[in-house]
Design a protein. Structure first.
Length: 65
């Protein structure tokens, strides 16, 4: 189960960073750089936030027992 959680978190973080990485490559190798939006970023940010909040609440509940 932990490996699943780590995989999901890594996938979300990679998808959140990809627009900036793509922009860096376009900026470095193009004469007219342009950043294109990614409509998945708000969803991925929400998923990561919910994962962190759930992890913290479960950790707090586990430590109180």
């Amino acid at each position: 189960m932990q490996s699943y959680n780590y995989t999901v978190i890594e996938a979300v973080l990679i998808n959140l960073m990809m627009p900036f990485i793509n922009y860096a490559f376009v900026f470095a190798f193009s004469s007219a750089p342009r950043m294109e939006g990614n409509k998945d970023i708000p969803l991925l940010a929400f998923l990561l936030t919910m994962q962190i909040l759930t992890f913290r609440s479960l950790k707090k509940a586990y430590n109180e027992e």
